[in-house]
Design a protein around this ligand. Structure first.
Ligand SMILES: CC(C)(COP(=O)(O)OP(=O)(O)OC[C@H]1O[C@@H](n2cnc3c(N)ncnc32)[C@H](O)[C@@H]1OP(=O)(O)O)[C@@H](O)C(=O)NCCC(=O)NCCS
Length: 110
């Protein structure tokens, strides 16, 4: 089951629950039609079971946005694959955004 927790006028977290236990979550910010994915995390032992995909699908279905944006570490292959599968494309790079590592800025237009 996925619960939405509203944090403020702009910020919310969707939690993927198994009973009372949170298995994964996505944190979002929605300002002027631009939805930022601030964080996406699935517990290590629960990965590769479709939980991140369910969370992303829920956000895509429920939120009223024009485009979604996010930053991902260039070396985070799992996440890049996930976002590419969902139709996100690279729009720019921010070098040394993560220490030595570059951030890829990805976007998905509705
Ligand atoms: C990235 C992350 C959220 C994926 O969560 P998940 O629940 O395992 O993802 P899903 O099971 O929904 O996987 C969906 C797709 O993502 C890609 N993917 C996910 N894990 C992968 C892996 N280990 N290797 C290759 N591709 C992977 C695949 O395309 C997968 O589709 P498939 O299973 O049909 O091949 C998870 O690995 C995580 O929490 N990582 C640490 C935090 C993080 O990096 N967050 C992203 C910050 S931008």
């Amino acid at each position: 089951m996925i619960n939405k927790e509203i944090l403020s006028d702009t910020d919310a977290i969707y939690n993927y629950m198994n009973g009372d236990t949170v298995l994964g979550y996505i944190e979002i910010r929605l300002v002027d039609g631009v939805l930022d994915i601030m964080n996406l995390y699935v517990n290590e032992e629960e990965r590769r079971k479709g939980i991140a995909s369910s969370l992303l699908n829920e956000v895509i279905e429920k939120e009223d946005y024009n485009r979604i944006m996010l930053e991902v570490n260039e070396n985070n292959n799992e996440a890049i694959r996930l976002y590419t599968k969902f139709g996100f494309t690279e729009i720019s790079l921010r070098e040394r955004y993560y220490g030595e590592d570059t951030a890829i800025i990805m976007e998905k237009v509705k």
